[in-house]
Ligand binder design. Structure first.
Ligand code: SDX
Length: 421
């Protein structure tokens, strides 16, 4: 086994090297504290691996994304969302019998308990849909018998995973109908997953919209140890139930630095459009450290080249808008902004490229999805990825996630707040 050496205060410590199947190298520091009394510090985990994983591979320098070894470009072209979901969760592409079985397991959950519907209806119609989604998912725990999450059986997974896939779709659609003051439409088992979601939302099926959603959900399905997958894994490592763990993922995704960016991108493009389309002004604002404005939909922790998903979505924008006969000026604004930014030294030096969120909102808007629901769409697509990461963590028997810290606060001092006694 190859080892790395660290010299601390004149003493050399060895630590094993872990080499991934794509040649990535990590220093395994799991014994560092025991042998040196020291820990590492890495705010935001920019240089720290949380686990080994066989689910998704990203090569940020070359803009490569693969689910279980399959290129994202090929999966978008040849597969479908539920087949990709099964691939992510099980590790292999399902044969037609396994896929049909998975679809039928999801169809068993064709409505939600009345109590969950009441929770959705209890929210004001202008409540952000991500808050409704995470609340309703957490509340699902109240409708399931408790299980030993440190020792789930295949039957447990075969019940929990389809129920979670069904619930996220139904909660999103019910919440849309509630916000529009419309009666809920339950799931129709004669329809496929995306068509059923469209029907539950709009009361009619549009195959073009369903097909576009299927591709978008594939593109969002997983992205290794991103912020929200980490949140779901951390909750799962405590053996919290699946709904509590997935709600953790939803809550983390909501942040504008993460999945919440797709909503912010459209709001930014609309602002630029209203301001006369002067992208240069906003490029300068984004570069100005004293200005909190960021070019939303740009930059990525891992991709230091084009996010392959952004490339696919950009190309898909034209197809979907033309198919639906939609003209959206923000698409031209986005393209112009991208062109100017990619020539600007600030963005070039920092390797800031459009990410998955930069163009996705333009398609969602053309599909009739309300802007404040864009991140919910991201969550529906990402659900199989969170589930796959959570299942892998449980399967690895991973210890509970509990990072250390370096304390920088006050030393021991005596209580002296006499006046408050
Ligand atoms: C997603 O991790 C994943 O895989 C996430 C995701 C997934 O599928 O799960 O891909 C989905 O979350 C995509 C990202 C969506 N977020 C945004 O579009 C928000 C805008 N982007 C940034 O906030 C930022 O780029 C992050 C949060 C995405 C990444 O932040 P990092 O890796 O912590 O990088 P950083 O903030 O340290 O930036 C490095 C430099 C800084 O400048 P300097 O201090 O070196 O001078 O780049 C600058 C930053 O100020 N910078 C930007 C910028 N993003 C980074 N400057 C202007 N506009 C931006 N968008």
């Amino acid at each position: 086994m190859s080892v790395g050496k660290i010299e601390i205060n004149g003493k050399t410590h060895e630590a094993p090297l872990v080499i991934g199947s794509e040649g990535e190298v990590a220093l395994d520091i799991s014994k560092l504290r025991a042998s040196t009394g020291m820990i590492t510090l890495d705010g935001g985990f920019k240089n720290t691996g949380a686990c080994t994983s066989s689910i998704t591979f990203i090569d940020g320098a070359n803009g490569i994304l693969r689910y279980r070894g399959y290129a994202i470009e090929e999966l978008c072209e040849k597969s479908n969302f539920l087949e990709v979901a099964k691939l992510l969760v099980d590790g292999e592409l399902p044969n037609s019998e396994k896929l049909t079985n998975f679809k039928n397991q999801i169809k068993k959950f064709s409505s939600l308990p009345d109590g969950i519907k009441q929770i959705i209806k209890s929210f004001p119609t202008n409540a952000h849909p991500m808050g409704v989604l995470s609340s309703a998912i957490s509340a699902m725990s109240g409708y399931m018998e408790s299980k030993d999450y440190g020792n789930l059986s295949k039957d447990d997974y075969d019940e929990l995973i389809p129920s979670m896939m069904a619930a996220v779709k139904m909660i999103a659609a019910y919440n849309y109908r509630h916000n529009k003051g419309l009666e809920f439409i339950d799931s129709n088992n004669d329809l496929n997953y995306c068509s059923d979601f469209i029907n539950m939302m709009f009361g009619k099926v549009d195959e073009d919209i369903a097909e576009a959603l299927d591709v978008l959900f594939i593109l969002h399905a997983d992205h290794e140890q991103n912020c929200s997958a980490t949140a779901a894994r951390v909750a799962g490592s405590a053996h919290a139930n699946i709904y509590a763990s997935m709600a953790s993922g939803v809550n983390a995704l909501w942040g504008p630095r993460h999945g919440g960016a797709n909503q912010k991108v459209i709001e930014m493009l609309e602002m630029i459009e209203k301001d006369g389309g002067d992208y240069q002004k906003y490029i300068e604002k984004a570069k100005d450290k004293s200005d909190p404005f960021r070019l939303m939909g740009f930059g990525h922790r891992v991709y230091k080249n084009f996010d392959p998903r952004a490339k696919i979505i950009k190309g898909y924008c034209e197809t979907v808008l033309n198919k639906l006969g939609v003209k959206d000026p923000t698409l031209d604004i986005a393209k112009g902004l991208e062109e100017v930014a990619l020539k600007d030294p600030y963005f070039v030096e920092r390797k800031l490229y459009p990410n998955v969120d930069f163009y996705s909102g333009i398609i969602y808007r053309a599909l009739g999805i309300p802007t404040n629901m864009f991140t919910v769409m991201f969550a529906i697509g990402r659900m199989p990825g969170w589930i796959a990461q959570w299942k892998e963590l449980l399967g690895q028997g991973m210890a509970i996630s509990r990072p250390r810290q370096i304390y920088t606060g006050s030393g021991l001092r005596e209580y002296s707040n006499i006046e408050n006694r």
